[in-house]
Design a protein around this ligand. Structure first.
Ligand code: FAD
Ligand code: NAG
Ligand code: NAG
Ligand code: NAG
Ligand code: NAG
Ligand code: NAG
Ligand code: NAG
Ligand code: NAG
Ligand code: NAG
Length: 594
C-alpha cells in the first residue's frame, strides 16, 4: 500500500475513534451548547439530527443508557421481546398494584439505551388516523397539529422499503401513504401460514372486518398486514436511522451512561429560567452541570420527563412540598393524565407444526434460524413477532355508549386492536411445553382510564411511582369484552377451518361476560404506550404542562419533545406519532432561533 494511502487510512481511523460519543461528562470539550437534549430516545435523536443540520447550532444529547451497538436482541426483529422486562438496556420500572387488575403489579420497562424505547420496542409502525391529529389541534387550539399540517412531518420521518426476502408486495400497501424519511418501514419479511387466513377472513367478511390496504392512509380502521420499523431484516430505530448517520457532525456531541438528575433555575421566582442541567454517572458520583445558550429540551419519555420536572421543582406544589422540594413552577398536571393501552393474549390450539412454538422450545431450531439471519437477515428472525393486525370499532349501537361518550377520535379510529402471532406469544402465561398455538393479542386502544407518575423520593436514582390505573373505567372493560368475543368469531370464519382447534388458557376457558372480565383482570399487561404525562394545552390554558409550541408554561428556555406531550392517547402504536411530534418540534425550534 502506498504511504499516502496508509496515512489516509490512519487518519480515517483516528477520526472514527474520536467520534462524538462520550461516556463521561469530563470528556466534553465545552460545558455550554446552544441546545441540550435530555434523552437519546425516539424523539431526542430526531431533534439531534434535525437541529445539527444547521451548522450554526451546537447540540449536546445526554442519555442515561448505553450504546445500542452490538446488542443482538435490539438488532434482530424477532428477538425484540428478549430486551425486556429487566435487562441491561431497560429502566426496570414496575407499576403500583393495579386495583382493577386484581391487585397485580406489572412490569413497565422503558428503553435505557441509544434509541430509547425505539431500540427495544416490538417494531409495529402506525401513525394513527387523520382524526387523531385533528383532535390534537382542537384540544390545543393550534391548527399546526391538524393532520393537513403535520402530514409533511409524517412523510419526512419514514419511508417504506422492500421486505428482506424480496417477495412481491403489490396489493399489500399504497405507495401514496409513504414518505421519504430516515426510519425504514417494511411489510413482513417472511410470510407465515396465518397471514392469508387473516386477510381472507377480512375480505370475505365485507364490512364486519374491513380490509384496509394501508393503515397509514388516514383511515386507521380495518385489517391488514403489519408494517414494522425494519429495513433489510434489521431494526430501524431513532438511533440507527437518525443519530448514527450524523454522529460525525462537528456540532453534535452525545454523552451516554450519564443521568440527568435535575434542571437548575437561574431566573427569578416570576421568571424561572431552566438552561442548566445537572448530571451524574451514578448515585454515588459527583454531580456536574452543563448548560444551554438557547434551550434545554426534555426528551426523556413519559416516565423520565415528569420525573426530571418534579425533581427540578416543576409540578404540583402540594405534592412537591410533601417531599421537601421547593416549587419553582406550580404545574399540577406534571405526571398526571397517564394513559396507556392494556393488552392481553387470546390463545387457540392449532393443527399445524409450522408455528414458531418449536423455535422457542428447541435450541437447534433457534440456532438455525439465527444462523440464517446472520447469513443474510432473512427468515423468521428478520420478521417482527406479528405479521397481521386489525383495528376495529364497537358497533355504533353498543350499549356502553349509553353510559359513555365515544372516546375515539372519530369513525376512522379504532376502539380495539388485534395483533396476530403464529405461535404462543407469552405475556402472563408461560409457553406450554407442547402444542402449537395461534395468539390474538387484543388491546383497548381508546381507553378512558387515566393514571399518574409521581415521585417517591427526591433521589433521582430511585424510580418514580407509576400507576397507569389500567381497566379502571367500565368503558375499557366493555371494549376488552367485545374484543374477546370478536376474536372468537374472527377465527370461526371459514379460512380457519381445520386450523384452529380450540380456545386455550384462562381467557379461552372463560364463557360468561363476568368470567371473561375476571380472566382479563388476571391477563392484562401493558402494550408499553405511556403518554400524556406532560400534556400540551392551549397557550392560555391554566391546565396542561406545555403550550402548543411545546414550551413549558411559565418557564424560559425549556421545551418538552417526546410522547409525554400528547394531549390524549391515539388509537395507534406510539412511536410513529412520536416521530411526527419530534419532526414538527425540530421545525418549530429552527423557526424560533433563526
Ligand atoms: C417493550 C416496548 C415495546 C413497544 N412496542 C412498540 C411498538 O411495537 N410500536 C410502537 O409504535 N411503539 C412501541 N413502544 C412504544 C414506543 O417505543 C414509545 O412510545 C416511544 O419510543 C416513545 O418515545 P420517547 O422519545 O417519548 O421516549 P423513549 O424512546 O423511551 O426515550 C427516552 C430516553 O430518555 C432517556 N432518559 C430517561 N430519563 C433520563 C435521565 N434522567 N437522564 C438521561 N436520559 C434519560 C431514556 O434512557 C431513553 O433513552 C414500545 C415500547 C416498549 C418499551
Ligand atoms: C435492570 O435490570 C438489569 C438486569 O438485572 C440490570 O442489568 C440493569 O442495570 C437494571 N437497570 C436499572 C436502570 O436499574
Ligand atoms: C385466501 O384466498 C385466496 C384467494 O381466494 C386463496 O387462493 C387462498 O388459498 C386463501 N388462503 C387461505 C389460507 O385461506
Ligand atoms: C459524515 O459521514 C457521512 C457518511 O459517511 C458523510 O456523507 C458526511 O459528509 C460526513 N460529515 C462530516 C461532517 O464529516
Ligand atoms: C460511579 O461513577 C464514577 C464516575 O463518576 C465511577 O468511578 C464509579 O465506579 C461509579 N460507581 C458505580 C457503583 O458504578
Ligand atoms: C405434526 O407432527 C406430528 C408429529 O410428527 C404429526 O403426528 C402431525 O400429523 C403433524 N401435524 C400436521 C398438521 O402436519
Ligand atoms: C430439535 O429440532 C431438531 C431439528 O429439527 C430435531 O432433530 C430434534 O429432534 C429436536 N429436539 C427435540 C428435543 O425435539
Ligand atoms: C438466505 O440464506 C438461507 C440459508 O441460510 C437461504 O436458504 C436463503 O435462500 C437465503 N435467502 C436469500 C434471499 O439470499
Ligand atoms: C417508595 O419508597 C419506599 C421507602 O423507601 C419503598 O419502600 C418503596 O418500595 C418505594 N416505592 C417505589 C415504587 O419505588
Amino acid at each position: 500500500m502506498p504511504r499516502r494511502s496508509i496515512v489516509l487510512v490512519l487518519a480515517a481511523l483516528a477520526k472514527a475513534v474520536s467520534s462524538a460519543l462520550f461516556t463521561d461528562v469530563g470528556q466534553l470539550s465545552k460545558t455550554e451548547y446552544d441546545f441540550v437534549i435530555v434523552g437519546a430516545g425516539a424523539a431526542g435523536n430526531v431533534l439531534a439530527s434535525r437541529l445539527t443540520e444547521s451548522k450554526e447550532f451546537s447540540v449536546l444529547v445526554i442519555e442515561a443508557g448505553v450504546t445500542d451497538q452490538g446488542v443482538l436482541g435490539i438488532e434482530v426483529p424477532f428477538l425484540a421481546p428478549t430486551n425486556q422486562p429487566m435487562t441491561a438496556v431497560t429502566w426496570n420500572f414496575t407499576t403500583t398494584p393495579q386495583t382493577s387488575l386484581a391487585g397485580r403489579v406489572l412490569n413497565y420497562p422503558r428503553g435505557r439505551v441509544l434509541g430509547g424505547s425505539s431500540s427495544i420496542n416490538f417494531l409495529t409502525y402506525t401513525r394513527g388516523s387523520n382524526e387523531e391529529y385533528d383532535r390534537w389541534a382542537e384540544l390545543t387550539g393550534d391548527s399546526g397539529w391538524a393532520w393537513d399540517n403535520v402530514a409533511q412531518f409524517y412523510f419526512k420521518s419514514s419511508r417504506l422499503v422492500p421486505p428482506v426476502d424480496g417477495h412481491s408486495t403489490a396489493g399489500d400497501f399504497n405507495p401514496a401513504d409513504h414518505g421519504n424519511g430516515p426510519i425504514e418501514v417494511s411489510l413482513p419479511g417472511m410470510p407465515t401460514e396465518i397471514d392469508n387466513r387473516v386477510i381472507n377472513t377480512s375480505k370475505q367478511s365485507g364490512s364486519e372486518f374491513p380490509f384496509n390496504i394501508d393503515l397509514q392512509s388516514g383511515n386507521a380502521v380495518g385489517v391488514g398486514l403489519a408494517q414494522s420499523t425494519i429495513g433489510g431484516g434489521a431494526r430501524s430505530s431513532s438511533s440507527t436511522a437518525y443519530l448514527t448517520p450524523v454522529l460525525n457532525r462537528t456540532n453534535l456531541d452525545v454523552l451516554i451512561q450519564t443521568t440527568v438528575t435535575r434542571l437548575i433555575s437561574s431566573g427569578s421566582s416570576e421568571n424561572p429560567i431552566f438552561r442548566t442541567v445537572e448530571v451524574a454517572a451514578n448515585a454515588s458520583s459527583k454531580r456536574s452541570t452543563v448548560s444551554a445558550k438557547k434551550e434545554v429540551i426534555l426528551s426523556a419519555g413519559s416516565i423520565g420527563t415528569p420525573q426530571i420536572l418534579m425533581l427540578s421543582g416543576i409540578g404540583d406544589q402540594t405534592a412537591l412540598k410533601k417531599l421537601g422540594i421547593k416549587t419553582l413552577l406550580n404545574l399540577p398536571d406534571v405526571g398526571q393524565n397517564l394513559q396507556d393501552h392494556p393488552i392481553m393474549s387470546n390463545y387457540f390450539l392449532v393443527n399445524s407444526n409450522n408455528t414458531f412454538d418449536d423455535v422457542l422450545r428447541n435450541t437447534s431450531i433457534l440456532d438455525a434460524d439465527l444462523a440464517q439471519w446472520t447469513n443474510n437477515r432473512t427468515g423468521l428472525f428478520g420478521n417482527a413477532p406479528g405479521n397481521a393486525v386489525a383495528f376495529l370499532r364497537l358497533p355504533n349501537n353498543a350499549a356502553i355508549f349509553k353510559q359513555f361518550k365515544d372516546p375515539s377520535a372519530g369513525p376512522q379510529s379504532a376502539h380495539f386492536e388485534f395483533i396476530f402471532a403464529d405461535g404462543f406469544a407469552a405475556t402472563v402465561q408461560p409457553q406450554p411445553a407442547t402444542g402449537h398455538f395461534l395468539t390474538i393479542n387484543s388491546a383497548v386502544v381508546s381507553p378512558i382510564s387515566k393514571g399518574s407518575v409521581t415521585l417517591n423520593s427526591t433521589n433521582p436514582f430511585e424510580f418514580p411511582i407509576i400507576n397507569p390505573n389500567f381497566f379502571s373505567s367500565p368503558f375499557d372493560q366493555a371494549v376488552m369484552l367485545q374484543a374477546v368475543k370478536t376474536a372468537r368469531s374472527f377465527v370461526a370464519a371459514s379460512p380457519w377451518a381445520g386450523f384452529v382447534q380450540s380456545r386455550f388458557g384462562p381467557v379461552g376457558d372463560a364463557e360468561t361476560d363476568d368470567e371473561i372480565i375476571a380472566a382479563s383482570k388476571q391477563s392484562i399487561v401493558t402494550i408499553f404506550h405511556p403518554v400524556c404525562t406532560a400534556r400540551m394545552s392551549p397557550k392560555d390554558a391554566s391546565w396542561g404542562v406545555v403550550d402548543p409550541q411545546l414550551l413549558v408554561k411559565g418557564a424560559t428556555g425549556l421545551r418538552i419533545v417526546d410522547a409525554s406531550i400528547f394531549p390524549i392517547i391515539p388509537a395507534a402504536h406510539t412511536v410513529g406519532p412520536t416521530y411526527i411530534v419530534a419532526e414538527r418540534a425540530a421545525q418549530l425550534i429552527k423557526d424560533a432561533w433563526s
